[in-house]
Design a protein around this ligand. Structure first.
Ligand SMILES: C[S@@+](CC[C@H](N)C(=O)[O-])C[C@H]1O[C@@H](n2cnc3c(N)ncnc32)[C@H](O)[C@@H]1O
Ligand code: SF4
Length: 370
């Protein structure tokens, strides 16, 4: 299995909670970007011969604001360099503004078959608080249009916002589920270091939701999405049968993916090693084209830590048998047995999974286990 992630670093404006590698949009030189991205793709295609792509994902940033022609050139280059597997998943992230909605048909014509919309909230006050440049109405229009244009649509919501009660979230999530998409990503608002929200909270301007409310809102999300036929399949992701994100599953099942675009990470098996790769973060450095991606071979132990950290996010868990390198770690067996006895993990000798309670405490479980 092989996927390609393409990072587009520009946004119309920068949201106060976001710590991704993003920059306010400037005039974009399509030719310069095409040269840099195609060079980056070509470099990796030469190192991953005889493999086909299961998935291509344009993330960001706001890749729906990139020139559509550039998106098309990247899709065409992937087809030429690797070739796509039967029925590939080709996703693009978009913000639900009317300007972007007008580009959906062109993006679909270019080959995109899955849209991921950053709706964030269906409440105008919350959208203003989150610094978004769309309103709830526009988000509903974008979801409706996407449903007629793309094979699959998903959208993101951010919950556990300050002043949001459990009843508020119940009502908002109920409306979201009624919009009829087959996939939803539900994220708790996280205060990331160095963001505008971090500074506001440090200055005492507002207080994040408390842990008890976060836990209740998480549990409510599990119940409501399951009842609506979109059960959680990962900590923050919910899907109808057959509608899980194939691209994100590549990450969680620890398959290979190539990361191109500024600051993109990859995990690539090449020449007998598994490499952690990264490109230059700043767009101007990326465009300069006088670099090769950093490539750090991962030790078996690094890989074990990553494999567990991703794999236990999935409800189905991950393969684990007695011969797994995990068991050569100091005290591994005792720690595993303790977490099983505490009802946080379950293991049948072949697969390891977090229990419902374990998923709620996943970070602590991973710390203890690894
Ligand atoms: C990198 S954004 C890209 C999507 C698109 N640019 C947008 O904003 O709509 C991916 C998603 O991560 C989530 N996200 C980013 N920062 C977050 C934070 N601090 N807390 C919770 N969710 C966050 C948002 O739901 C966002 O849609
Ligand atoms: S949340 Fe999306 S639109 Fe906002 S800054 Fe981050 S990537 Fe850009």
């Amino acid at each position: 299995m092989l996927g390609v992630y393409v990072h587009w670093p520009y946004c119309a404006r920068i949201c106060p909670y976001c710590d991704f590698n993003v920059y306010k949009t400037r005039a974009v030189d399509e030719e310069a970007w095409a040269n840099a991205l195609l060079r980056d793709l070509g470099y990796w295609a030469a190192r991953t011969p005889n493999r086909r792509l299961d998935s291509l994902y344009f993330g960001g940033g706001t890749p729906s604001l990139a020139p559509v022609r550039l998106v098309e050139r990247v899709i065409d280059a992937c087809a030429r360099l690797w070739g796509f597997d039967r029925n590939p998943e080709i996703t693009i992230e978009a913000n639900p503004t009317d300007a972007e909605r007008a580009r959906f048909a062109d993006l679909a014509a270019a080959g995109v078959n899955r849209l991921s919309l950053g709706v964030q909230s269906l409440r105008d006050e919350a959208l203003a608080f989150l610094g978004r440049n769309h309103a709830a109405d526009g988000a509903r229009r974008a979801i409706a249009t996407a449903g007629t244009v793309f094979e699959r649509t998903t959208f993101d919501l951010i919950y556990a916002r300050p002043d949001q009660s459990l009843d508020d979230w119940r009502a908002e999530l109920g409306e979201a589920l009624a919009l009829g998409v087959s996939h939803l990503s539900l994220y708790q608002l996280t205060i990331e270091p160095g963001t505008a929200f971090d500074a506001q909270v440090a200055a005492g301007r507002w207080t994040p939701a408390d842990d008890a409310l976060c836990a209740d809102a998480f549990d409510l999300s599990q119940e409501m999405t399951a009842a609506a036929g979109l059960p959680a399949y990962e900590i923050s992701n919910h899907a109808a049968p057959g509608a899980q994100s194939r691209h994100n599953r590549l990450y969680w099942t620890y398959q290979d993916y190539i990361g191109v675009g500024p600051g993109a990470h990859g995990r690539v098996s090449s020449g007998g090693a598994r490499l952690a790769t990264q490109t230059p973060r700043r767009p101007q450095d990326y465009l300069a084209a006088d670099w090769t991606p950093t490539q750090t071979p991962l030790s078996e132990d690094d890989q074990t830590v990553e494999r567990f950290s991703f794999g236990l996010r999935l409800h189905e868990g991950m393969p684990l048998d007695e011969k797994d390198p995990f068991f050569s770690r100091n005290g591994a067996r005792e720690r595993l047995d303790r977490l099983i006895a505490d009802g946080l993990l379950s293991w049948d000798g072949r697969r390891l999974a977090a229990t419902t309670r374990g998923r709620r405490l996943l970070n602590a479980v991973l710390c203890e286990l690894l």
